[in-house]
Design a protein around this ligand. Sequence first.
Ligand SMILES: C[S@@+](CC[C@H](N)C(=O)[O-])C[C@H]1O[C@@H](n2cnc3c(N)ncnc32)[C@H](O)[C@@H]1O
Length: 290
Amino acid sequence: MHVGQRRMRTPRVRPTVIVMNPPGGEGSDDEAYAGLALVYEWLVPDALLEPRDAADAFAPAVELIPAGGRVIDCAAGSGQLAVGLASRGFDVTATDASPAMITRTRDLAAHHAVSLATAVCTWQDLPTLAVSGPFDAVFCVGNSISHADGRQARRSALAAMANLLSPKGILAISARDWEQVRAAGDRLDVQDRLVHRRGRAGVVVRAWRLGETWDDAHQLEVAIALPAADGSIATHQERLTLWAFRRHELVEDLAAVGQDVVTVTTFLGPGEYLIVARPAATPPAREGRP
Ligand SMILES: C[S@@+](CC[C@H](N)C(=O)[O-])C[C@H]1O[C@@H](n2cnc3c(N)ncnc32)[C@H](O)[C@@H]1O
């Protein structure tokens, strides 16, 4: 090196890590979704990102709803399905336990210039919802029902949903195939492609820590790494607690709250399924005089 020549130093890129809920912390799933809401579109599959596509994807349920019918999505998340259904002319209410998710749903509805009713509401609080039933369809999709902690909680959540239905209404639940999740064991899933949203490419990593038995809590740590133009990486990371169930158990739970299964279809591939159920037919009236 000549005298006077200055060594150029390569700037050290320091990753920015935004940990919304510290791993291992006791953050609730509400807090986790407050963090995930900031970047939730990186978790929404391409096929469901556009509201109209989201409504199309749920055709086995949507086709059973009368035109202009009343619909509630009670785990609306960032709102793609609710907004897609409102665009189709349904009278939509979107609820979710997470205020941040409901804000995203409202923003998406405004962006698409559709109107829908929204409320922050847990399944437990559905009976007190200001927008009362009956509804022609209740949706609880995207594996949301796995947040109900165990069979009793799942049944009371499903009962609250079923109570909103008109006699010919439908209840649509989509869920992960937990048999596959448990068969694969504890693992780290690194998505093998970049996910492009809002002009930014991201990488999604999921770390599964399964409960020892079906009845134990299952942990899913989700991290979304978003490289920025300056070379830094912002990582949004949250831990969710989920409760597993076999498909036949969900069918039994639906039966326990008075719902008959109409269809079961695979949803976006073999790892997820969609169940459409409706209130069991009332027993035929007895003939003859009482
Ligand atoms: C995996 S996200 C799915 C969101 C959306 N349905 C989708 O498919 O993208 C689960 C959603 O369920 C909501 N959730 C969890 N527990 C809930 C409860 N007890 N009552 C209402 N919503 C709940 C969460 O806030 C979150 O928005």
